[in-house]
Ligand binder design. Structure first.
Ligand code: GAP
Length: 430
């Protein structure tokens, strides 16, 4: 990896910790291998992404409904879905230092990347995270944390159908945690053992699945560019070849992003055929309205990792220009939409006017109040967390009720009437 690229990841990780986006998990106890906690600003960014996604793909559509299922499902789910048998990665261990690696990620499959020792033959390692339900830790009580949110959409298929009377084509969406006992987690929040997914299982008739696949391919591109604001040139599609796709998929496209540590999978789009519904339901549940025949719908699945979305957005928006650092976030994603400060921290009239404006704006937008009375630090600090607009209350404000509004990306300031701030921000941000 080039030094500069490594450097960018270090800078992003350091900014995330310094400003409260992402902290190392369980840090005071020495951490826990690649677990991360979202801090006060991270949870805002994450919620903004999830809410935008839910609005766009569920609430604004007529052909989509949502669910929120349990993380631990009956183990028979994983038997039927094929995960118990097939959801594994090839694991190799070094004969000398006993470090373990995912064989498919190694450039040299014979030598240990850490000590150059000889590697043992690969074994298949199941990625599902096990635990016990109930008070006895025996085989009968073994359960698994879900490795994908998708299965709940199949298992709940009949309940959704019965309660919503949907007709094909329609989709079921879910946002939630998934768990995988990854052999080699790493690259900050890119690959972790606990992560979040936003998934859609889109149910269709088999005929014409290619068109539906194409439709979702385009929708995913639009999400990445229009909502996340990712640079089109940093996104690449990989048609996953035979033999490398998940066990349920007949066609998969990986959407890859140019992360600082290389071009890696951001999202996936798969044609899962009727594989899942057939394995879960002995009889077909859906009645074709034309033929009155019971059929198993086929499925196209767009899947989006939440944590990878966040990492891609941070990498894409981190800018260093003219000696300043700023996050050029789509305003819809920015944790704070606006910040308010005043020129002197000990001037009662200025402070009280600034507070008045802040409380008014806070009713509509998540806003931040900076009371340090230092314009340079105020702007620098808001730039670093991607706040699109900074308001400054100064002595002129007390005379004519105008404030300055500074634009994060251009640093240009304009004077506008305090009474017009809400409308101005609504125009710019919504
Ligand atoms: N239901 C299909 C499915 O789970 P996947 O490609 O295995 O497909 C979907 O995972 C998405 O979940 C990935 O594209 C990625 O964004 C995210 N993801 C998968 N494993 C991850 C991990 N260990 N850490 C963070 N995100 C992960």
């Amino acid at each position: 990896m080039a030094k500069e690229e490594n450097n960018l990841m270090d800078k992003i990780e350091s900014l995330c910790k310094r400003r409260g986006f992402v902290f190392p998990g369980s840090e005071i106890y020495g951490g826990l291998a690649n677990s991360w906690d979202y801090g006060p600003l991270g949870v805002e960014l994450k919620n903004n992404i999830k809410n935008l996604w839910w609005k766009r793909f569920v609430q604004q559509r007529d052909d989509m409904v949502g669910i929120d299922a349990a993380l631990i499902m009956n183990p028979k789910v994983w038997q039927a879905s094929g995960h118990l048998e097939n959801f594994s990665d090839p694991l190799v261990e070094c004969k000398k230092c006993h470090h373990r690696f995912r064989e498919d990620l190694l450039e040299d499959k014979k030598k240990c990347p850490d000590c150059k020792g000889e590697l043992m033959d690969a074994k298949q390692f199941n990625l599902m995270l096990k635990t016990f339900l109930g008070s006895t830790e025996d085989d009968a009580n073994v359960v698994y944390f879900r490795p994908e949110t998708a299965q709940a959409m199949f298992v709940d298929f009949k309940n959704v159908l019965d309660t919503t009377r949907r007709k094909l084509p329609f989709g079921i969406a879910q946002i939630g945690k998934a768990f995988r006992n990854e052999i080699t987690p790493g690259n900050f929040i890119f690959r972790t053992r606990e992560f979040e997914q936003m998934e859609i299982e889109y149910f269709i008739k088999e005929k014409g699945w290619e068109n539906v696949f194409e439709y979702w391919r385009n929708e995913m591109q639009l999400w990445m560019t229009e909502e996340l604001g990712l640079d089109k040139n940093s996104i690449h599609e990989l048609d996953v070849p035979d033999g490398e796709r998940a066990h349920y998929s007949k066609k998969t496209i990986d959407f890859e992003f140019d992360f600082p540590f290389g071009r890696k999978e951001l999202y996936g789009l798969a044609y899962r055929t009727d594989f899942d519904l057939k394995n879960h339901f002995k009889e077909a549940q859906y009645e074709d309205s034309e033929t009155k025949e019971k059929i198993y719908p086929h499925v196209v699945e767009p899947t989006f990792g939440v944590d990878r979305s966040i990492l891609a957005v941070l990498c894409n928006s981190y800018k260093e220009e003219d000696g300043r650092i700023f996050l050029k976030l789509n305003p819809k994603l920015a944790p704070y939409k606006v910040a308010v400060s005043c020129l002197k921290k000990n001037d009662e009239k200025l402070v009280s006017k600034a507070e008045e404006i802040y409380h008014e704006l806070k009713k509509e937008f998540y806003a931040n109040f900076d009371n340090r009375g230092n314009a340079g630090k105020y702007y620098g600090s808001q730039d670093e967390i991607g706040t699109p607009y900074c308001i400054m209350v100064d002595f002129q404000t007390l005379e004519d009720n105008t404030v300055t509004v500074r634009d994060r990306d251009t640093t240009k300031q304009e004077r506008i009437k305090a009474d017009e701030l809400l409308n101005f921000l609504k125009n710019e941000l919504i």
